[in-house]
Design a protein around this ligand. Structure first.
Ligand SMILES: NC(=O)C1=CN([C@@H]2O[C@H](COP(=O)(O)OP(=O)(O)OC[C@H]3O[C@@H](n4cnc5c(N)ncnc54)[C@H](OP(=O)(O)O)[C@@H]3O)[C@@H](O)[C@H]2O)C=CC1
Ligand code: HEM
Length: 509
């Protein structure tokens, strides 16, 4: 879960194979699987050690008190567990694990991400307890196997003096005298058993605790993660300067910011902290515009739908700009302080690493592709991408205004540079009672690419497959889960043109 490290690995120069880079998209799935495996095997581990406690209690042997954590025979196993270091740390770890996993369910993460994040940060206490868990040295091993080989006949010190010729070092069996003496210790059948051991030992077994090894396994990953969190904390401690706040239709607000030494790639996202709204809540937003050599500004588009975004918008509302880029200094100071952590990598970064990419957005899910379109507006050459299909489905005609100017500018630029086939724009208005157009003469190019109703995904894939015979098409989706499921299925189904569709699902929650 070292997001910054994973973001570095996503860069095409770091990991050459796209197949390997795409595996990074599964880092959260892999993490959750590891987390569930930890829970499953913790249950097995706890069950085994509860049984262990019962065995310690029932089989207490006063001859060997050092290898029995019970203090007397038939001691209550619960007392053994709740008064030993492994027992207490183990119970606390199980409680933390229970809290972390129950709060990690997608329903809780969607309903209240803060609950998930704060319970999940208990992981640090979990690991400290894990380091203590095996420190009490309950489990031991015998440390004097030579002097006391298991099964040897142990004559204690008093008997040793009376055995003529008995080899003090547990040498070969000496004969009748020892046998006579042993007769006083063992019945006849025992003697037959012990005779097999061939050895007499005059030293009792000594036991030593195993050296705890947990720290060997977790200290590396834990230090890496803590170093990443420290780096992110220092990096995000510098506030950003808001240079423009622009309202858009359908409750969307665009925020343009600058931050010293901030750089990002299209498709990446940041997390926003606004202490005036909440000192603890951070919210992820995909960048819709990344800094370039010529311009340090980066932007996000926020759909005002929840309590945090509503409260944040109220704070911004009093300083809205009419789309001007640079606010006068006096106004910049009035904006609420916000802190940006990131950028963090996402699957959409791969758009430029395919010859042909199909980007499908549902509603505000267009944000990752807006930064791609802005990058192409800045310069479309120098990347592997030779053709981009951009499909955007919205419920309200006004939603297209969020990026209508960007789409028209890019469309015009590609025509002027004689690359009209580079960008294929398809807009779909899913809810309408009759023909509607995007208002404004300058949006003619978009209105001619606007269709009513939801896209026919099968026909769309057929069209792309036909014009990309035998090639690999990168499919990128960001939007409602329904779209993602349908596209994933279509990517896995065969087509008659030998075109391969690779599915890259966008998600940061
Ligand atoms: N980086 C990321 O991970 C980001 C993710 N998102 C996600 O994007 C989603 C977009 O939210 P919002 O703007 O409210 O989207 P909407 O709920 O407004 O839906 C957008 C459009 O998608 C259409 N749609 C839904 N299901 C299908 C389907 N199976 N086939 C075809 N079209 C479909 C809807 O059509 P209809 O009207 O017929 O239902 C609607 O026109 C959110 O879930 C958000 O979490 C947003 C930003 C960034
Ligand atoms: C011992 C068990 C677990 C430990 C120690 C653990 C630890 C972590 C850590 C350190 C993070 C990074 C948090 C961040 O950087 O913001 C994380 C994130 C995450 N964990 Fe776990 N986790 C555990 C179990 C689980 C389980 C069982 C699940 C799901 C069933 C899960 C789901 C997640 C998810 C979805 C994230 C991503 C959060 C984000 O990207 O914002 N975790 N976990």
């Amino acid at each position: 879960m070292c997001r910054t490290v994973i973001g570095l690995l996503r860069g095409p120069k770091m990991v050459l194979s796209r197949k390997t880079r795409r595996m990074l998209d599964k880092h959260k799935t892999f993490h959750a699987a590891c987390g569930l495996a930890i829970c499953l095997f913790s249950a097995v581990h706890v069950g085994a050690h509860v049984l262990n406690a019962v065995n310690f209690s029932v089989n207490y042997n006063h001859e060997f008190p050092s290898i029995n954590v019970a203090r007397y025979k038939n001691e209550d196993p619960r007392k053994i567990i709740f008064t030993s270091v492994p027992g207490v740390t183990g119970v606390l770890m199980v409680l933390i694990l229970f809290l972390m996993c129950t709060a990690s369910t997608s329903s809780i993460r969607t309903a209240n991400y803060g609950i998930f994040l704060h319970t999940h940060n208990l992981f640090f206490i979990f690991y400290l307890l894990l380091l203590l868990h095996a420190c009490a040295g309950v489990l031991k091993y015998q440390s004097n196997l030579e002097e006391h080989p298991p099964g040897c006949l142990y004559l204690n010190r008093s008997a040793q003096g009376e055995v003529p010729g008995a080899a003090a070092d547990g040498g070969e069996f000496p004969g009748r005298a020892a046998r006579a003496l042993m007769g006083s210790f063992f019945s006849h059948e025992d003697m037959s058993v012990h005779n097999n051991s061939e050895k007499i030992c005059t030293k009792g077994p000594t036991f030593r605790p195993h050296f705890p090894e947990t720290w060997l396994w977790i200290s590396g990953p834990l230090c890496l993660y803590c170093a990443e969190r420290l780096y992110r904390y220092i990096r995000s401690s510098k506030p950003v300067t808001i240079v423009a706040v622009i309202t858009h239709p359908c409750d969307v607000v665009e925020i343009r910011m600058v931050k010293e030494k901030f750089s990002a790639r299209p498709g990446q996202y940041i997390t926003l902290l606004c202490p005036s709204v909440s000192a603890l809540e951070t919210h992820p937003f995909t960048l819709t515009m990344c800094p370039t050599e010529s311009k340090a500004t980066f932007a996000i588009h926020i759909k005002v739908v929840g309590d945090w975004t509503e409260r944040f918008y109220e704070l911004l509302e009093s300083h809205l700009t009419a789309g001007t880029e640079i606010l006068p200094k006096c106004q910049q100071r009035k904006h609420p302080k916000i802190y940006v952590d990131g950028p963090f990598g996402s699957p959409s970064e791969e758009v430029f690493n395919y010859q042909i990419s199909l980007c499908i957005a549902g509603g505000i899910g267009v944000t990752p592709f807006a930064s791609v379109l802005n990058r192409l507006l800045d310069s479309w050459d120098g990347c592997k991408l030779q053709r981009l299909y951009f499909v955007w489905v919205c419920r309200d005609i006004h939603s297209f205004l969020w990026f209508a100017d960007l789409l028209c500018l890019l469309h015009r630029k590609l025509w002027q540079e004689n690359r009209p086939d580079y960008l294929n724009i398809q807009l779909y208005l899913s809810q309408t009672n009759g023909i509607q157009n995007i208002i404004g003469e300058k949006y003619q190019a978009l209105n001619s690419r606007l269709s009513i109703g939801r896209p026919q995904w099968k026909l769309l894939f057929e069209e792309v497959a036909k014009s990309s015979r035998g090639k690999t098409v990168g499919v990128f989706c960001c939007g409602p889960k329904g779209i993602s499921k349908e596209l994933h299925k279509l990517c896995n189904s065969a087509n008659q043109y030998g075109t391969t569709f690779e599915y890259n699902k966008e998600s940061f929650t």
